[in-house]
Design a protein. Structure first.
Length: 274
């Protein structure tokens, strides 16, 4: 279906996400059944670092089909989830109704978040697999700053940009990391594959995707330039998905194999509007 390259990377990405929503809702990866039975979809790192959300007005950017958004609603936050995929927003609304949780969902791009989701939020939240879909982090950070009320906080947990340089496809039986790509890359990388990270048994028909490689420095600088003060920037030796073939499961996370080098696999940042 995407044999002809798309002229617009965002449109191509949207078509692929639209296809993935239904697959993800039914996947073991997302554990919707367990969520409906009362489990939280939030991992321990986020639960530990995010702090109390009860009674807070919270905006979740790139909320996918709302699983984390609704887990935050269960913790007492007044949640708004935003995503550019109409199917994701429809699935999020259906899940909220099924779970009997109050939530508002908005179908919009991140670069129109302040205009579409409004301002005055106590918290803005985003996690795991979000920044690579955004061409310009200055616009992202400006929207976050505009959405927050003074004193409001932004929290992000994300895969570490170091991951980009390693071969994520080859079978690395030697347990080592193989650096195959540069850390610094301008513009989007165009990928073409049928693989779905949540449901490997499925072959996607929308093969094309475009990802932007944002360095750690770029993320923090964009937030600072938007007027946010960094509370912390933590690097972690764990990741919620198997970002590299050599990583092994440890509870909710994937970590370096025993004896392998401990590299940063993810990071979290909290920033505050003055
Ligand atoms: C991997 S999910 C991240 C959310 C969460 N960690 C999860 O796994 O459910 C990425 C989400 O970003 C959304 N997305 C991608 N580009 C976007 C954009 N420009 N504006 C708004 N949403 C976008 C996709 O539709 C998708 O739901």
């Amino acid at each position: 279906m995407s044999a002809t390259p798309s002229n617009d990377p965002i449109t191509a990405n949207l078509a692929r996400w639209e296809e993935q929503v239904g697959i993800h809702v039914g996947s073991d990866f997302y554990r919707v059944k367990e969520f409906l039975a009362g489990e939280t979809s939030l991992d321990p790192l986020i639960l530990d670092e995010l702090g109390d959300v009860a009674g807070k007005r919270l905006l979740h950017l790139q909320c996918h089909f709302g699983l984390d958004t609704l887990s935050l609603a269960r913790k007492g936050a007044a949640v708004t989830g935003l995503d550019f995929s109409p199917k994701a927003i429809a699935a999020a609304e259906a899940l909220a109704a099924q779970a009997k949780l109050p939530a508002r969902f908005i179908c919009a791009r991140v670069d129109e978040a302040a205009q579409r989701a409004g301002t005055g939020y106590d918290m803005v939240f985003a996690s795991w697999g979000v920044l690579m879909w955004l061409p310009d982090l200055r616009i992202w950070a400006k929207n976050i700053a505009d959405c927050l009320k003074p004193g409001g906080t932004f929290y992000l947990a994300e895969g570490h940009p170091m991951l980009w340089i390693f071969d994520d496809e080859a079978e690395t039986a030697d347990g080592n990391y193989h650096a195959v790509r540069p850390y610094f890359l301008e513009g989007p990388q165009r990928w073409e594959n049928a693989h779905d990270y949540a449901e490997p048994s499925v072959s996607l028909t929308h093969l094309e995707s475009h990802e932007w490689q944002h360095t750690l420095g770029e993320v923090v600088t964009a937030l600072a330039e938007a007027g946010l003060r960094i509370d912390f920037l933590h690097e972690h030796d764990r990741l919620v998905w198997q970002g590299l073939p050599c990583l092994v499961r440890e509870g909710r996370y994937f970590v370096a194999p025993e004896g392998g080098p401990r590299l940063p696999l993810s990071y979290s940042v909290r920033a505050r509007k003055a």
